[in-house]
Write a protein that binds this ligand. Structure first.
Ligand SMILES: C[S@@+](CC[C@H](N)C(=O)[O-])C[C@H]1O[C@@H](n2cnc3c(N)ncnc32)[C@H](O)[C@@H]1O
Length: 474
């Protein structure tokens, strides 16, 4: 028992669930003791088992719903609760949006201490199911026995990881986050592996062939890329696989085989071998085209990506005199999307292959006013910043860092460069609020616009628009 609390791990308690917390958990109270609850919805009355007791808070897992919240809905997916993908399928979509909006507000108010946050109503996703254009499935030789799932004669399972059990895979026949066509391809691949008695890679013994299946599908151009990730080259198997897939689903555009000989369990590899088609697919976002190869980054919700990018364009109010830095530019999608409204865009990104894709995408679109610089931003804005002299001072800086947010030195350099406007796109409002707080020394926060890119998960995208203080006016 922890001092100051009368509770112990393993105790069963009755909880009234109050609000949504971060990462899909909810908050309840036992007197003044705060409990983060897994598997509940605000408005529920539940029985729960305490799984962790700390000095200031506890954690609990729901064991029985006594009175369900009005915000609950029946999850569509039979694997809900067993797979790590959708944590909020049991919550109505309107409620999910309300939680996400609140999450962004909390980040700016509580973490960054902003008052009167200029928060706009969240932009919901047009599609709530089948919205993903990319899914990555893992092969396993052992069945994760969930709700009586049975072993099969040939031990090949293909599915998604079990929450907190990265070595365990739940065999999945249908995932509602992807299209019916991708579900057919998932089943066809599993059937093929079983009927040919293929082996599954085991990272402990470093033996076995099949590792991952990555399915990608463009939403606006109707193309499909399959990437079968294996531990070795076996052209005979791969060409039989291609024939099988083409007979099941003739609409597939391209099939590649990534060979990853390393122990690291990742779906990228030493070699990408094109087995059928051109090795890439092409998506259209607004007036622009983007080539997507097996390993290139692309926003996973194509329809919402267009909304997100149009928010950037609307807030930026770009003019032909603007010079834009697109920091953390990835494959240059935002750079290219705004390029037809401005004088120049300079994109910076650390991953070499992303920079190569960015150049290719600029060429594909005839965006001659885009250039891309490879390197770590901390260095590219400080010690190795010779490239900056070749271009005029930026009037706008677009930021789209990873979940960890910006390095403080990059924030400092952005403040020194002093563009008129800053547009900060983020997939993590917590780090965004922290960085915007630092930027607000010199900039006024004029708009925060949440966008839902990932229905049924607790993730939310958010765009902040800042203007230099003595410059004001939107
Ligand atoms: C959220 S993604 C940006 C995606 C892009 N704006 C788009 O919409 O397609 C963040 C990008 O930052 C890059 N990155 C992460 N750390 C970096 C660093 N220190 N310097 C430069 N780029 C970095 C990642 O490789 C990744 O491509």
């Amino acid at each position: 028992m922890v001092e100051n609390t009368p509770y112990q791990r393993g105790d069963e308690v009755i909880l009234e669930i109050e609000t949504a917390a971060f990462e899909g958990k909810s908050i309840a109270r036992l007197g003044s003791f705060v409990v983060f609850v897994e598997g509940a919805v605000p408005g529920d009355r539940v029985r729960a088992r305490l799984t962790k007791i700390k000095r200031n808070y506890g954690e609990a897992q729901v064991t029985e719903i006594l009175t369900p919240s009005k915000d609950r809905t029946e999850p569509r997916c039979p694997y809900f609760g067993g797979c790590g993908g959708c944590r909020w399928q049991h919550v109505t979509y309107e409620t999910q949006l309300r939680y996400k909006q609140q999450h962004v507000l909390d980040a700016f108010e509580r973490i960054a201490g902003f008052r009167a946050v200029p928060l706009q109503p969240i932009i919901g996703s047009q599609e709530q199911y089948a919205y993903r254009n990319k899914m990555e499935f893992s092969f396993a030789s052992e069945q994760w026995k969930w709700k009586g799932m049975k072993e099969t004669l040939v031990p090949v399972y293909l599915g998604l990881h079990v929450p907190q059990r990265y070595d365990k895979v739940l065999d999945i026949e249908t995932c509602y986050l992807q299209s019916e066509r991708l579900n057919r391809l998932l089943s066809a691949t599993r059937d093929f592996a079983r009927s040919h008695q293929l082996t599954v890679y085991n990272s402990k013994s470093h033996t076995g062939f099949l590792r991952f299946l990555v399915l990608r599908e463009t939403k606006n151009t109707n193309q499909v890329l399959i990437n079968l990730v294996t531990s070795d080259v076996n052209d005979a198997i791969v060409s039989t696989y291609v024939a099988h897939i083409r007979s099941v689903e003739p609409t597939v555009t391209t099939i590649v085989n990534t060979v990853n000989r390393r122990k690291a369990q990742i779906a990228t590899g030493d070699e990408v071998r094109v087995a059928y088609g051109e090795g890439f697919i092409e998506e259209r976002i607004g007036d622009f085209r983007f080539a997507i190869s097996a390993e290139s980054f692309f926003q996973t919700n194509s329809l919402q990506a267009e909304k997100l990018y149009s928010v950037v364009k609307r807030l930026g109010q770009f003019s032909p005199n603007d010079v834009v830095y697109d920091l953390y530019c990835g494959t240059g999608s935002i750079s290219i999307y705004v390029s037809n409204c401005v004088a120049n865009v300079i994109g910076i990104e650390v991953v070499e292959s992303a920079i190569r894709d960015a150049w290719k995408n600029a060429e594909l679109n005839g965006s001659k006013n885009c250039v891309f610089v490879q390197g770590d931003l901390k260095e590219r804005l400080t010690t190795s910043n010779g490239w900056m002299e070749q271009y005029p001072k930026p009037t706008v800086i677009i930021l789209d860092p990873p979940r960890t947010g910006m390095h403080p030195k990059v924030v400092d350099r952005v403040l020194e460069i002093a563009p008129d406007r800053i547009i900060y796109v983020s997939c993590n409002p917590t780090t965004q609020a922290r960085d915007v707080k630092l930027l607000s020394r010199e900039y006024e926060l004029l708009v925060v616009q949440p966008v839902d890119m990932f229905p049924h998960t607790y993730h939310v995208e958010s765009v902040a628009y800042l203007v230099r203080k003595h410059h004001s006016a939107v």
